[in-house]
Design a protein around this ligand. Structure first.
Ligand SMILES: N[C@@H](CCC(=O)N[C@@H](CS)C(=O)NCC(=O)O)C(=O)O
Length: 245
């Protein structure tokens, strides 16, 4: 794990110990960089090069036992002591509780945010991930698998589109639920989706991605990530066919 070259405004603005963000530029990583930027929390990016297997180092597994990024270490956690958090949904909720922002206290409003956050975690993310895998990365094109996941993502986009027909954001007000979804919709084309079919979803996507914090989060560059070639057998051996260790 190396330090990112670029530091955003909120990273340099505060003199306090920053939150460490274990990160690679994917939709799951973007969720957390967006929330950190939205809350102007000081943070430092610790790239985890998942194409090289850095997610399997003992140091990383100690904070993220599922060998997946993102994860965070907050040096000023509960009781003023450090805490690590893995799973992007848990991180968003933690940061929401810590800052009191984008995760309402009112129980009805919080339930709505949780519904759409869990919907993303259990539906949109995994299904879109599988759609991309079978459309782009599988060693051969399997029509049944491509149709199954592309159709399911299409259904999920339809659910979001209907939800957004009469409200600005997924849970009413802008929240961690929107942050969880926007990175996936950003990659709609790779999932075989056309936003022209979903006008309310497209309006929401344009609104969310135009936010300054979201722009800053999407602008974080990890040069090694741009250089990854998913056809490289060494990369494929790391990422695909993982079994219990
Ligand atoms: N449910 C996890 C999923 C995270 C996840 O799938 N991360 C991927 C990149 S998007 C990863 O770290 N992959 C490493 C690997 O496959 O070994 C979360 O939301 O945090």
């Amino acid at each position: 794990m190396r330090k990112a070259r670029r530091q955003s405004a909120s990273q340099v603005a505060s003199a306090g110990a920053p939150i460490e963000l274990y990160y690679w530029p994917t939709p799951n990583g973007w969720k957390v960089s967006i929330m950190l930027e939205e809350c102007a929390l000081p943070y430092v990016v610790r790239p985890v090069d998942i194409s090289k297997g850095e997610q399997f180092t003992p140091q990383f597994l100690a904070i993220s036992p599922n060998n997946r990024m993102p994860a965070i270490v907050d040096p000023r956690g509960p009781g003023g002591r450090p805490i690590s958090v893995f799973e992007s949904g848990a991180i968003l909720q933690y940061l929401g509780r810590k800052t009191g922002r984008f995760y309402p206290h009112d129980e009805r409003a919080r339930v709505a945010v949780d519904e759409w956050l869990f919907w993303q975690m259990s539906g949109l993310g995994p299904m879109a991930g599988q759609a991309v895998h079978f459309r782009r990365y599988a060693p051969r094109q399997i029509a049944y698998a491509i149709a199954r996941y592309t159709d399911e993502v299409n259904r999920l986009y339809g659910v979001m589109n209907a939800r957004l027909a009469n409200r600005e954001f997924l849970a009413g007000h802008y929240s961690i639920a929107d942050m969880a979804c926007v990175g996936w919709v950003r990659l709609a084309e790779r999932q075989g989706q056309d936003l022209a079919q979903f006008p309310h979803l497209r309006r929401w996507f344009e609104t969310v991605r135009a936010r300054d914090a979201v722009k800053r989060a999407f602008a974080i560059r990890i040069p090694a990530a741009s250089a990854v070639d998913m056809r490289d057998p060494r990369v494929r051996a790391v990422l695909f066919g993982q079994r219990a260790r």
